[in-house]
Write a protein that binds this ligand. Structure first.
Ligand code: ADP
Ligand code: MG
Length: 484
């Protein structure tokens, strides 16, 4: 299979979190929570005689994204009609942008597993309006126009992505950038952010790209990842067997974990694009673009750099922390509450993430755990000042996760404070050594590995609460004393 190189291009649709829709004052609502057809007006319903008006807040948000993705911003952009019929598109055309998009020729640098980085080129980002939503029920389909006319930014890459891992890294980075800009909350489960993956494979002797398929409506990064892996495997086999790949629009079947053909594409879709006659051209002056560039908030890359420099984190640690805005915010609050930055990072990445994963708790929901940032900081401090050891801290953290209690209270009530009392530790070690004389003799005879086992036995006798450093040192002294 290594003869086949995956070629992937991603198209991401991001709704822009404006108050009102793209072309009217109609409010934007949560399209999952709100009752159907409660946020509609004559413009978003496409009634005859209505006229669209450009929402400049949406243009400004799109401009921010374009700048954050290192794009060129052409001075003139123009809306165009994309004609097609579908029940969720009441006008019979979608207002989009065609040959004069808002942003072109940008890039996103992604981190690779081997520690390197790779540049994924962004071909273009253009503004359009979202469509309504069909709801399929027993006996037919219903249509909800709440989403019709919501500002949507389509961001298209060049086919520079060569694996599912790279696609994931790109999608996560892009999502983080949109979150940091405050233009999209990244909630793929609600369809606020949607990904389409274009996938083909190239034989090592090929000079040109082969036929691609397009997997639509991926509503999580996980399904995007799986569908890409699946298509790479399926297409490589189809070429190997001589069957070949037909250009198709596909969907991802979550139950069966496979891609399914929705329709074959014999030729390019004909949308009959033409300039939207009801809207003016939008001019973006250099001054406006520069003013916006200066106003951009701290983006994930810059935050990561700051975490490395200010807090002494590794690039990897900082990278994971900044990738989800909610986590970055939590981390900064923990540090602000006085925890050692380096220790706080490793307790979040290690302890907390382990518990969150075990409970299928999404990282973006960190604010909804029972552990406040200041409680978390207290836990880190209890370890740093030697009140509890690391093993105990893991127990305390689990307890905090379940009850939301303060760590100091848990330590006190359960008597978990670390034992550093050399008298007690010394007696315990002496007893263990006497009880295990055979092991001691074997260790002294050259079986060095037994030392770890003896430390473990002493720690166990101290109910896991012994100060590991004190235990190790005293054990060494007592056992060496037996040499003579
Ligand atoms: P269309 O005009 O039909 O939308 P484009 O050529 O503009 O097609 O490409 C759409 C997306 O598909 C882009 O993200 C692009 O990078 C990607 N793409 C183009 N050719 C291939 C290919 N052979 N394999 C994988 N992805 C591709
Ligand atoms: Mg497209």
């Amino acid at each position: 299979m290594s003869d086949w190189k995956p070629i992937i291009g991603l198209e991401v649709h991001a709704e822009l979190m404006t108050q009102s829709k793209m072309f009217s004052a109609c409010p934007v609502v949560d399209s999952v929570e709100a009752a159907p057809n409660t946020a509609v007006d004559p413009v978003s319903l496409g009634l005859p005689g209505t006229l669209p008006v450009i929402n400049m807040q949406a243009v400004e948000y799109a401009l921010m994204v374009g700048l954050a993705l290192n794009c060129e911003i052409p001075p003139i952009n123009q809306f165009a009609r994309k004609s097609y019929f579908y029940p969720d598109l009441p006008k019979g055309y979608q207002i989009s942008q065609y040959d004069r998009p808002l942003a072109i020729n940008g890039y996103v640098d992604i981190d690779l597993a081997d520690g390197g980085t790779k540049r994924i080129r962004v071909r273009r980002a253009h503004l359009e309006e979202d469509t309504g939503k069909l709801v399929h029920v027993m006996g037919g389909s219903l249509v909800d126009y709440n989403r019709a006319g919501v500002p949507l930014l389509e961001i298209v890459t060049e086919p520079d992505i060569n694996s599912a891992e790279e696609a994931e890294a790109y999608a996560r980075k892009l999502r983080a950038i949109l979150q940091y800009l405050g233009v999209n909350n990244g909630d793929m489960s609600k369809g606020v952010l949607r990904v389409e993956a274009n996938i083909s494979v190239m034989h090592k002797d090929d000079a040109e790209y082969r036929t691609r398929t397009e997997v639509k409506n991926l509503n999580s990064i996980r399904s995007m990842y799986r569908s890409i892996e699946y298509e790479i495997e399926r297409q490589s086999k189809a070429w190997e067997s001589g069957e070949g790949v037909k250009q198709a629009t596909m969907g991802w079947d979550e139950q069966k974990q496979k891609t399914v053909v929705q329709r074959y594409k014999e030729r390019a879709d004909e949308y009959r694009y033409f300039p939207e006659p009801d809207l003016p051209i939008v001019e973006i002056s250099r001054e406006w673009a520069e003013k916006m560039r200066v106003k951009l908030p701290e983006l994930p890359e810059a935050k990561r750099q700051r975490f490395v420099e200010a807090f002494g984190l590794s690039a990897y640690e900082a990278g994971v922390l900044v990738m989800e805005q909610a986590i970055a915010h939590y981390y900064e609050s923990v540090v602000a509450a006085g925890a050692n930055p380096k220790a706080a990072a490793s307790w979040i990445l290690g302890g907390l993430f382990t518990i969150m994963n075990a409970n299928s708790f999404a990282r973006e929901d960190i604010e909804h755990t029972k552990i406040s940032a200041s409680q978390f900081a207290e836990l880190v401090k209890l370890v740093s000042n030697g009140t509890i050891n690391k093993g105990t801290a893991t127990t305390v953290l689990t307890e905090m996760w379940e009850s939301g209690a303060d760590p100091a209270k848990i330590v006190q009530e359960k008597g978990l404070a670390q034992v550093s009392d050399s008298g007690l530790i010394g007696e315990t070690i002496a007893r263990i050594l006497t009880e295990n004389d055979k092991m001691v003799q074997d260790y002294l005879g050259g079986k060095d590995k037994l030392f770890g086992a003896l430390v473990g036995m002493c720690m166990k006798a101290l109910k896991g609460q012994g100060n590991p450093q004190v235990v190790t040192e005293m054990l060494k002294q007592q056992i060496e004393a037996k040499r003579r």
